[in-house]
Design a protein around this ligand. Structure first.
Ligand SMILES: *[C@@H]1O[C@H](CO)[C@@H](O)[C@H](O)[C@H]1NC(C)=O
Ligand SMILES: *[C@@H]1O[C@H](CO)[C@@H](O)[C@H](O)[C@H]1NC(C)=O
Ligand SMILES: *[C@@H]1O[C@H](CO)[C@@H](O)[C@H](O)[C@H]1NC(C)=O
Ligand SMILES: *[C@@H]1O[C@H](CO)[C@@H](O)[C@H](O)[C@H]1NC(C)=O
Ligand SMILES: *[C@@H]1O[C@H](CO)[C@@H](O)[C@H](O)[C@H]1NC(C)=O
Ligand SMILES: *[C@@H]1O[C@H](CO)[C@@H](O)[C@H](O)[C@H]1NC(C)=O
Length: 814
């Protein structure tokens, strides 16, 4: 027998032996591209996974529920993600010496474990998803659990020297830019790292570790996910999944978009992965998404989108991470007349400040940036009155100096635009250029949303810092290097504010994170004195005033939805509970016990706008701020929430006023709650008409698709009502057309006045209770805007964030 025939025979024997022993590979044998190892019960498989045209990586993937290796399996580990091998003659070979080697086309070594063992070894795939190289004595020489790629499986320990690294894209499995690892400060962090820029984005980088509730002094650096869905880490970070307690398939993956998500899946055949926790709920907070000189904004459909700054153009439209480049150049000689600034409202760039300059006027800040050649623009913002004394104290300044912060930037990275940002960004462009903020820098949708991202449930953690502490910390971070005292002050500040939070949150869902409590029915019964004081009543239920055990006064809503599963209810409630905005009512907790379903909200001293409209207490100034605040709240709901929440019942009864007459929109999310529970309907289409007569958009009547524009319509009606003091049904024209279609009396009346009234038409319609005491310019803007909001054609109505923008920058429109 010649040697070639012998080798052939040998390879056949090896092949057969590998097929016989399904879950393990014996010493001296090898796996070729078509061979697969299967764990004993078939949950996981290991083999060559196709990653491109005739390109394979040696990988481990989930095989139960079944999937086809050619496209849709979920891989959990890869040996050679950055060095795919050829589909022909590549193999994984367990050598007699104990070394496990992956060869490419029989020539190159693509990957190896570099292990040596005198005794014989086996490669075994376990049902945990761990691929283990062990010798006959059971000593582990190597295991895949020690070198994770982008996924951590239950019972896999995540330690000091490990990192999870994202894939490059949805379809490209090679190493991407996002990493989860234990930093030198012993904290588990997420990092963006391309070849030029590295920046940490989770936990929120400008928060000190106390604020993030992390513990930096445990150097064991160990984290682990258990099979029931609880994750714990030695830095005291922990979370439980929304479906905690159930035995499901689970994986913690750092996705290619930079978010860390826990997924779970039932073992049914058609089951899909659902997100049961994620690290960041606002995708624009993930650094690097849009690259330098571009702005990330939230998009309800694709998740987020990138756009170039005015005067900049995209470098590579297929890969936004390389960002944008200028279409201009500004020469650097001493001539400060070369440049000017474009103001970009509600835009913020994180990091890369030269320094922070407190107390600078806009003009001083502008000059500072002009005089420095490398300055690309500056962030400028006012500081709340409450914080300024501390800041000025830290900087030895008189408190009479204007309370502002000026941040000149050397590089523009991590840009965000959001209706909630109050600061302004000023972009430096050549003086002679024609670019303006009116330039369409709308950009392109970045297709980075994970399809599974809109799960039916989930309590995502929501860092509940308020604007004030955030600003304070941001400020402190910027000054941190210089001002140690600053950090201390911040720490005190936070410490005091977080204490209340802690006490209120020893409940059921992530106590540490959501600040959200589960109440028992008897607690709420006691709090409301057996539901004695009724303060409101609506379609969803009745609201009672109550005093919680910690003496906080609350509004407790008893829902009339009885026969509904607890899990479903929790799911919805936790979605609502994570929404946090100064113009949205805050939910403190809930109760789900037997038939009872209750929601616990903060109590609003001044009741609803409906009660106050006919009173002199709300003068013009207050009315205007109610208009603005309500718009901000709705804009946040429409554009910033993880799930796209419509309100669907905007009316004066649902706009509540706090002790400062600051408006807060209430009852949001409930439309969906009722909808889900009532009849099982599609997401964007509701069959039953909801909302309140007089405030409902024509879409409801004509059975057109329901979008966020229905809220814009209702908002317009409320504004007209607030300006005129007349309710939507009455207003001069026929009050008898009831039942015809919609009662558009008020709108028609205002439009007719505008058409026929000549110069003073505004005076004609304004609520007489104001006694002429209002700002004419502002009034006109508000009325015009309200009329635009109530256009029949939904596309002619502005978005809520446009409304906010116009109201905020009304001076420009006067
Ligand atoms: C995946 O991305 C890497 C890094 O950008 C690139 O070198 C490689 O060619 C890509 N692979 C495929 C199959 O597109
Ligand atoms: C550090 O973390 C480990 C693992 O979580 C834990 O067992 C240990 O008790 C912690 N040590 C301290 C001092 O907190
Ligand atoms: C860790 O967190 C728990 C509860 O979240 C808290 O009781 C404990 O004091 C924390 N430990 C440290 C060292 O911060
Ligand atoms: C899976 O889905 C297919 C079609 O969508 C359906 O025919 C089949 O019955 C489903 N199987 C299970 C187990 O639900
Ligand atoms: C995003 O990409 C996926 C797959 O490439 C595609 O199915 C989906 O329709 C895209 N979504 C958008 C909004 O473009
Ligand atoms: C710019 O002007 C400053 C003073 O106004 C001067 O000190 C400096 O030398 C000038 N630099 C150049 C490059 O002309």
């Amino acid at each position: 027998m010649d040697s070639r025939a012998f080798l052939l025979l040998l390879s056949i024997v090896i092949h057969i032996s590998s097929l016989l022993s399904d879950s393990s590979l014996k010493e001296g044998s090898s796996l070729s591209v078509n061979d697969v190892l299967e764990s004993p019960t078939g949950v996981f498989s290991a083999g060559f996974y196709p990653v491109g045209d005739n390109a394979y990586c040696f990988a481990i993937w989930f095989t139960e529920p079944s999937c086809s290796r050619d496209h849709d399996c979920t891989t959990v580990w890869m040996a050679n993600r950055d060095f795919p091998v050829n589909g022909i003659r590549s193999k994984l070979w367990l050598q007699k010496t104990g070394n496990l080697v992956l060869t490419d086309a029989g020539k190159y070594i693509a990957w190896s474990t570099d292990t040596v063992s005198p005794s014989s070894t086996d490669l075994i795939l376990y049902d945990t998803g761990n691929l283990v190289l062990q010798n006959v004595e059971g000593v582990i020489l190597w295991q895949s659990f020690d070198s994770p790629t982008n996924t951590l499986l239950p019972s896999q320990r995540f330690t000091k020297d490990m990192q999870l690294v994202s894939s490059r894209s949805r379809t490209n499995f090679s190493s991407g830019f996002y990493k989860l690892f234990f930093n030198n400060d012993n904290l588990l962090r997420l990092l963006y790292d391309d070849s030029k820029v590295t920046s940490i984005y989770w936990p929120t980088p400008w928060l000190v570790s106390f604020a993030t509730k992390r513990f930096p002094y445990n150097s064991s650096r160990l984290a682990c996910l258990d099979t029931l869905g609880k994750f714990t880490s030695s830095d005291n970070f922990s979370f439980v999944s929304a479906d905690y307690g159930v035995r499901l398939q689970r994986r913690l993956t750092i996705d290619f978009d930079g978010n860390l998500r826990l997924y779970s899946r039932k073992k049914d055949n058609n089951a899909t992965w659902v997100v049961s926790w994620q690290a960041l709920s606002q995708s624009c907070e993930i650094h690097g998404a849009c690259g330098p000189y571009s702005i990330c904004s939230h998009n309800p459909i694709s998740g987020r989108r990138c756009s170039c700054l005015p005067g900049y153009q995209v470098k590579n439209a297929n890969d936004w991470s390389s960002g944008c480049e200028p279409k201009f150049s500004i020469s650097c000689d001493n001539d400060t007349d070369q440049a000017r600034f474009i103001r970009l409202p509600r835009v913020e760039f994180y990091g890369y400040d030269y320094k922070v300059y407190p107390g600078y006027t806009l003009d001083m800040c502008r000059k500072l940036c002009l005089s420095s050649c490398g300055c690309k623009g500056f962030q400028y913002r006012y500081v709340g009155d409450g914080l300024w004394p501390q800041i000025s104290l830290l900087n030895n300044m008189k408190t009479t100096v204007i309370p502002t912060l000026c941040f000149p930037k050397m590089l523009l990275l991590n840009g965000q635009r959001s209706p909630n940002l109050d600061g302004q960004f000023y972009l430096k462009v050549p003086r002679t250029s024609l670019f303006s903020d009116k330039d369409d820098y709308s950009g392109f949708g970045l297709n980075c949303s994970i399809e599974l991202l809109r799960p039916p449930d989930r309590a995502y953690p929501k860092s509940s810092q308020n604007d004030k502490s955030q600003l304070m910390l941001w400020f402190a971070c910027a000054l941190g290097a210089v001002e140690i005292i600053g950090i201390l002050l911040v720490w005190c500040f936070l410490f005091s504010s977080e204490k209340d939070l802690n006490e209120a949150s020893q409940g059921y869902l992530h106590p540490a994170i959501t600040g959200f409590k589960r109440f028992t029915y008897s607690e709420l019964k006691k709090a409301t004195g057996n539901f004695r004081v009724e303060i409101g009543r609506g379609a969803g239920g009745t609201v009672y005033k109550g005093t919680l055990p910690d003496n906080r006064i609350a509004a407790i809503k008893r829902l009339n939805i009885a026969n509904q599963g607890e899990a479903e209810f929790l799911t919805e409630v936790s979605t609502i509970g994570k929404i946090n905005h100064m113009n949205l009512i805050e939910m403190w907790g809930y109760c789900a016990e037997r038939k009872h379903r209750l929601l616990v909200y903060e109590y609003m001293e001044h009741g609803s706008l409906a009660e106050k409209l006919s009173s002199r207490a709300v003068d013009w100034r207050k009315r205007f701020h109610i208009a603005l605040g309500t718009a901000k709240g709705l804009a946040y709901l429409h554009e910033e929430c993880l799930e796209w929440v419509l309100h669907c019942d905007v009316k004066p009864q649902n706009i509540l006023l706090d002790s400062n007459y600051q408006p807060k929109v209430s009852d949001f999310g409930l439309a969906k709650l009722r909808n889900r529970l009532g009849d099982d309907l599609k997401y964007s289409r509701f069959s039953r008409i909801r909302g309140t007569r007089g405030y409902m958009a024509p879409e409801w009547v004509f059975n057109l698709p329901i979008t966020s524009k229905v809220d814009v319509y209702s908002y317009g009606i409320v504004m007209l009502e607030m300006v005129t003091g007349k309710s939507p049904a009455m207003g001069g024209t026929s009050n008898s057309g009831e039942g015809k279609e919609l009662e558009r009396g008020l709108v028609t009346w205002v439009r007719q006045n505008k058409k026929n009234g000549g110069e003073s038409w505004i005076e004609e319609i304004v609520d007489p209770i104001l006694e002429g005491d209002y700002d004419e310019g502002e009034m006109e803007i508000l009325v015009m805007l309200a009329l635009q909001c109530v256009e029949e054609d939904k596309d002619a109505r502005p978005t809520m964030s446009k409304v906010v923008e116009i109201l905020l920058h009304r001076k420009q429109y006067l």
